[in-house]
Design a protein around this ligand. Structure first.
Ligand SMILES: [Zn+2]
Length: 168
């Protein structure tokens, strides 16, 4: 018998294939489709061990870069962490105060959101630091001032890929 880390019951855990809400990545609307998960038969909580984490995060990062709306707070934080920068180092690189970075990362529903110039600089920073050639700089022309959080569903074949981007 194993203990479930969610309900603490002694339970049988079953291996199933399901869509997993990948909130651990820091983005609230990222789903992994048809992945092997372990489900607690008592509380039904699911846990998963993700394979190909680097590839998954790179695919998510590219999707975030490619969105045509202004970056939301959690997306700014995701990208900063993706390139391995602390809040302080990121602030220095962007030429702003750590407080400003904190405001950007907590921006929600269009409040305190990152400015249009800083948004573009951040995308270029990520493109350069992660060597994402498939993100053309021309895409920067298309970024609008609206804030629509990214809604992502990914699945894994040989590599992780975006399968659906539901229209907001
Ligand atoms: Zn449980």
């Amino acid at each position: 018998m194993m203990k479930c880390r969610h309900c603490d019951d002694d339970v049988v855990e079953e291996d199933v294939v399901a869509t997993y809400h990948y909130s651990e990545c820091g983005l609230s609307r990222v789903y992994l489709k048809d992945v092997p998960v372990r489900r607690c038969s008592s509380c039904e909580a699911v846990t998963m061990r993700i394979k190909g984490l680097a590839s998954l995060h790179r695919t998510i990062a590219l999707a975030v870069l490619s969105k045509s709306d202004r970056l939301e707070g959690e997306e700014v934080r995701f990208l900063r962490k993706h390139v391995g920068l602390s809040g302080k180092d990121f602030a220095r690189r962007m030429g702003v105060s750590p407080e400003m970075v904190s405001r950007w990362e907590n921006a929600k529903d269009g409040k305190f959101m990152i400015g249009a110039g800083a948004d573009r600089l951040l995308r270029l920073l990520v493109k350069t630091m992660d060597q994402i050639e498939s993100y053309p700089v021309e895409k920067l022309d298309e970024i609008t001032d609206t804030v629509i959080p990214l809604d992502l569903t990914l699945s894994r074949g040989r590599d992780w890929r975006v399968t659906e981007t539901p229209a907001a």
